[in-house]
Design a protein around this ligand. Structure first.
Ligand code: FAD
Length: 478
């Protein structure tokens, strides 16, 4: 167990946490704490054709922890080294240039950081015989294109955990099954500062790890848009009234922690076909100028409902549940925002999360436009040739009378949830937690909108970019 203090403790070995820890370890002593286990040797993580299995596994050791938002939509959060890159669909596409500009990032460093990730874990998509008109590119450009993937051409998944190999082994300590329960503060000075964390191991033994007692050493939270605000709240940083209700000693009153939570509403239009279809995850994306994106997958029991239905059955049945594919639409942004709050003081419990899908009328308007376009696509020759039988039956109830109603009743997630620790409200522009010393955030909880068509490229990039920036700043300061 850790005895000597670290320069950096990174909490959450996920999409951002792994590249961040690997990068910082090149110059500094780093501890990475991940609540889940190893992704290696697990075929349900590594193999493309097994993608659905983790999402269907609701056991306490599943790499995918299920949660139900108060909106009534099932969702998942990663619980494994490599984070969501171990359980996701794998599609890789960079953010739109305006996202990078609005974030105030250094464009050259952004491009270098994307490339650093891509050289290590990304592959070009593979062709299916129909070439979208923008061909293959990682860039975000209007029209249809092939994106990249973290699955290689043999259907093998590469994850954020692989990026740890780019670290400096003597400087990088990685603990798995290390569940951080609380951040530890020194409250003697004018403002609270972080000195370490408390975590439990797989046998529920309690441990403490500390950072060095100087201005520069830090704890960095990379526990995702769900885990990071949850950990701040559990540690006493958040809305005072809510913390008191839970008997959590207040370290800093900040009403914005856990606010501005968002999940891009998505609609899945199933394309059932008489014949089974080749298994593919998202490879082609349609980037429209009307506020939505179109993606497809095929050959899977990909609908969450069908997965839930067979969860107690033989996993191999999953592949047989649904013949055909799905066209998904996803709303950009979104504009509708929700919140996250604790239900108890146990870090292993999911917090209550509300996304308020379609609270903003513009999100609903975009959904209607997107579904209308999907229905047009369904009339085209390639789809007709599949003899598909498409109908708009929502998750509950009978056929809908209108597209707005269909959007609301069929809303699902693409798992691109974000927010909870927004810049200017919870963290400053360097992602340091406002009002607290030696504490930063570095994951999807920072985003006010989801980057690009799919966020993982930018979250991976963020981890690398933050690491490089922090090293440069520290070396410059001498
Ligand atoms: C099923 C699914 C499919 C998706 N498909 C795609 C896709 O095809 N393309 C795409 O671009 N994006 C996709 N996404 C979204 C994308 O993967 C995520 O937005 C992104 O990876 C989130 O990164 P993160 O670093 O914020 O969190 P994560 O990668 O989830 O990392 C957080 C890590 O912190 C750990 N953690 C949490 N709390 C604690 C604690 N208290 N102590 C210790 N460790 C803790 C977790 O176990 C986890 O490993 C998908 C997501 C899911 C879930």
């Amino acid at each position: 167990m850790p005895k000597l203090p670290y320069d950096y403790i990174v909490v959450g070995g996920g999409t951002a946490g792994c590249p961040l820890a690997a990068t910082l370890s090149k110059k500094f002593r780093v501890l990475l704490l991940e609540r889940g286990g190893s992704p290696y040797g697990n075929n349900n993580i590594s193999r493309l054709e097994n993608f659905s299995f983790n999402l269907a596994d609701s056991t306490p050791t599943s790499p995918a922890q299920r949660f139900l938002s108060t909106d009534g939509v099932f969702n998942h959060r990663a619980r494994v080294l490599g984070g969501s890159t171990c359980i996701n669909v794998g599609f890789y596409s960079r953010a739109q240039p305006s996202f990078v500009r609005n974030a105030g990032w250094d464009e050259a460093l952004v491009n270098e950081s994307y490339k650093w990730v891509e050289d290590k874990i990304c592959s070009e998509g593979w062709t299916l015989g129909v070439v979208p008109y923008n061909g293959y590119t990682y860039e975000h450009i209007n029209g249809t294109k092939f994106g990249g993937s973290i699955f290689d051409n043999n259907g093998f998944r590469h994850t954020a955990a692989d990026l740890l190999a780019a670290g400096n082994p003597p400087n990088l300590h990685v603990f798995i099954h290390a569940y951080v329960q609380k951040i530890v503060f020194d409250t003697k000075g004018t403002k609270p500062k972080v000195i370490g964390v408390i975590f439990i191991d797989e046998n529920s033994n309690r441990h403490e790890a500390f950072i060095k007692a100087d201005e520069r050493s830090e704890v960095i939270l990379t526990s995702s848009a769900i885990g990071t605000p949850q950990l701040l709240l559990l540690s006493g940083v958040g809305p005072e009234e809510d913390l008191r209700k839970m008997n959590i000693p207040v370290i800093l009153n900040n009403e914005h922690v856990g606010k501005d939570m968002a999940d891009n509403p998505s609609t899945n239009i199933p394309i059932p076909t008489p014949e089974p279809q080749k298994q593919t995850l998202a490879q082609v994306v349609g980037i429209t100028t009307e506020g939505f994106y179109i993606e497809t997958i095929s050959g899977f029991g990909q609908n969450n409902d069908s997965i839930v239905t067979v969860k107690n059955g033989n996993m191999s049945e999953l592949k047989e549940v649904f013949r055909g594919g799905s066209i998904y639409e996803k709303i950009i942004g979104p504009l509708s925002k929700g919140n996250l709050s604790l239900v108890n003081t146990n870090v292993t419990s999911n917090p209550a999360v509300t996304f308020n899908y379609f609270a903003e009328p513009e999100d609903l308007r975009r959904c209607v436009a997107a579904v209308s376009l999907v229905l047009e696509i369904a009339k085209t020759r390639p789809v007709k040739d599949l003899n598909a039988n498409i109908n708009l039956i929502p998750k509950s109830g009978n056929e809908t009378k209108s597209l707005p109603e269909f959007c609301k009743r069929s809303v699902t997630t693409m798992w691109h949830y974000h927010g909870g620790c927004i810049v200017g409200k919870v963290v400053d522009r360097d992602y340091k937690v406002i009002g607290i010393g030696n504490l930063r955030v570095g994951d999807s909880s920072l985003f006010v909108e989801s980057p690009g068509t799919n966020p993982q490229a930018t979250v991976l990039m963020l981890g690398r970019m933050m690491g490089v920036t922090m090293i440069r700043e520290r070396l410059r300061a001498g």
